[in-house]
Design a protein around this ligand. Sequence first.
Ligand SMILES: Cc1cc2nc3c(=O)[nH]c(=O)nc-3n(C[C@H](O)[C@H](O)[C@H](O)COP(=O)(O)OP(=O)(O)OC[C@H]3O[C@@H](n4cnc5c(N)ncnc54)[C@H](O)[C@@H]3O)c2cc1C
Length: 427
Amino acid sequence: MSAVYLFKKDLRREDNRALAYVSKRHREVVPLFVFDTDILQELKAEGKKLGYVVRAVEQLSKSLKLYCFYGKTEDALREVFKVYKPTHVYTTLSYSWSGKERNEKVEQVCKLYGVEFVQLFENFLSPVESIPQRKVYTPFYKEWINKVDLSTEPVADFKVPDLPLPDINRIKLMLKVEDPEPFYPEDCKRRLETFPFEKYEETRNYPAIDGSSKLSPCIRFGVLSLREIFKKVYGKSEQFIKELAWREFWYHIAFHNPEVKDLEFQEKRRGIAWENRQEHIDAFLEGRTGYPLVDAGVRQLKQEKWLHNRMRMILASFLTKVLLVDWRIGEEFFKEHLLDYDQVVNIGNWQWSASVGADPKPLRLFNPMLQAQRYDPECEYIKKYLPELSHLPCPMLQDPLRHKLPYHKPVVNYYDRVSLVRSLYKA
Ligand SMILES: Cc1cc2nc3c(=O)[nH]c(=O)nc-3n(C[C@H](O)[C@H](O)[C@H](O)COP(=O)(O)OP(=O)(O)OC[C@H]3O[C@@H](n4cnc5c(N)ncnc54)[C@H](O)[C@@H]3O)c2cc1C
């Protein structure tokens, strides 16, 4: 029996349970990765973002002979079937809306060719489907932690047939990529080994320091296994384990409430009259709101294709609850830029930040002046990303409403907007 294994968000050979399952059942396997043009277009994946994936695929190609395509996944499979007749096609089970659609298309092609299509569970620590529906994170976490499954099996040796199909070296020539600096898949292992997880709780909230793991791209593309990360961190930082659970909480919410892709989780918040003023949207997207901390965050996102979690929360809160712009516009903006973009996680977090999502708490407002004082006390972060302001005293940069800066005038007055947002959310 021969099989095709389609890699997606599990770009590793080591501790890959889905691949291990296949390797136990088939002596011959055709490993395949498709740079799916529908997905690349949807994610605007080019430059650094694509550069990261290419490097991850190159790294995977060093551990097994991997065939690669550029095009629609269904078409790639048809090309494979012209030269190879497998009994099965395997891939990982998807819970994101776009992932489910892609698997459905693969299933249709397999049906046409009389090939069995099998989706295997991977990329989660606890089974997504078995936790009864929870709307709030803490009760979810209590169930989740008891269901974490670290069991694993090694990938058995399998033969990869020689086929007239392209590999990453050929496909790379068709892609417009940039060096993904400062994120490299080759660094994931080292980062996991060297990051001081025991200090994570103290350091994780300060965007100017290297205080969070920065493992999100490694997790997003499955360069590292979640089980390996969990085992490394367990006993060192419960807070970090809780962050891994947040990721799975958003999948839990999307699984039980698939409508959240387009609609607010909280029904009572489905008709908010967002202002969506174009000049506010432009000022935000171009990083010229006049609030240095917010603008610095936008610059980091655009330059590095990654953003510190506190800054993601500050930006999302500012766009939705200060500028009164629909969270979907912010979700799109992050989609365009984030290297670790994950449809389910991003939507969950944007809704949470806009106070329209799951885990509802009283209307959270992040005051950008107080956030700057508390989390960027020396203005190192602001000065790093807005070097043109680095000559100014820090208290001025932290409070652009009290001090007139030689910079963009604040696009709105935060304090004026607070009462407006409260009344809007009440209505
Ligand atoms: C508006 C908004 C949008 C976001 N969009 C994404 C996204 O598209 N993709 C993404 O991976 N994360 C997203 N996050 C979550 C979080 O900001 C990032 O996972 C984190 O900043 C990545 O940096 P890190 O690896 O250093 O995180 P660490 O603090 O070291 O956390 C470790 C891991 O836990 C997970 N994690 C941490 N926080 C969260 C969270 N709030 N929700 C879900 N998982 C979490 C991530 O996998 C992360 O790599 C978003 C957060 C907000 C507020």
